[in-house]
Design a binder for this molecule. Structure first.
Ligand code: TYD
Length: 208
């Protein structure tokens, strides 16, 4: 079974993936965890190109193609083999991140992104996508050290961008409610974990 996690920076995805992986392993379930962009040698190289703050000249199309390239490598090298071996795969971000960030956030055409995503993933779709929804300002504040009482111009741009990303996630979840589990990331870590674990164990046909 293939499960993906989506959410803004500061939404607590990493913590929840670890808690779920531990809970499943305790029940004897074979789990593989991975993340995007990265998760492979090629993908980690692409990741450093993408996240380098000095690469300000990167065009939105280049950015999109690099995310999809890292994803194609991860699907072929890690995700498909793990699924073929019967493992449960938990992935931190997947094709929905490109739709949210490059599509809804940066305005790249969604149809083109969907077609590229289908190509990059060999049309592998998650059984479940968990979206940890967090208020944009609260999410950015969690990431920051120290209080940011005043927002400068760049930070305001950043907020508008993140608002579009969040609206995009919520729109995608509303379009495909059977695949998405939307959780309020402002809840306690334990409450979020319980909701995730319950849903996943049910999907796996196990009692909690
Ligand atoms: P990362 O440090 O992994 O952050 P996080 O803990 O939030 O996952 O950085 C990944 C960044 O790349 C994050 O800001 C989201 C962005 N991203 C895209 O814009 N498009 C994509 O397709 C993916 C996978 C990530």
């Amino acid at each position: 079974m293939f499960i993906t996690f989506e959410g803004a920076e500061g939404s607590g995805k990493t913590t929840q993936i670890q808690l779920l992986a531990d809970a499943l392993r305790l029940r004897g379930i074979d789990v593989a965890t991975t993340r995007e962009p990265g998760g492979t040698r090629i993908g980690d190289g692409i990741r450093s190109l993408l996240l380098d703050l000095t690469h300000t000249e990167i065009s939105p199309r280049t950015e999109t193609l690099l995310f999809q390239a890292a994803r194609a490598q991860l699907v072929d090298e890690v995700i498909l083999p793990a699924l073929a071996a019967g493992r449960v795969v938990l992935c931190d971000r997947y094709v929905d991140s490109t739709l949210a960030y490059q599509g809804y956030g940066r305005g790249q055409p969604l149809d083109a992104l969907r077609a590229l995503g289908a190509y990059a993933t060999r049309q592998l779709t998650p059984t479940l996508t968990i979206y940890l929804d967090i208020d944009v300002v609260a999410g950015l504040a969690r990431k920051r050290t120290g209080a940011a009482a005043e927002w400068n111009r760049m930070e305001n741009l950043e907020i508008e961008f993140h608002r579009r990303v969040r609206a995009g996630y919520l729109a995608m979840a509303a379009q495909e409610p059977a695949r998405w589990l939307v959780l309020d990331a402002a809840q306690s870590i334990d409450a979020i974990h319980l909701a995730i674990r319950t849903q996943v164990l049910e999907l796996l046909g196990k009692s909690s």
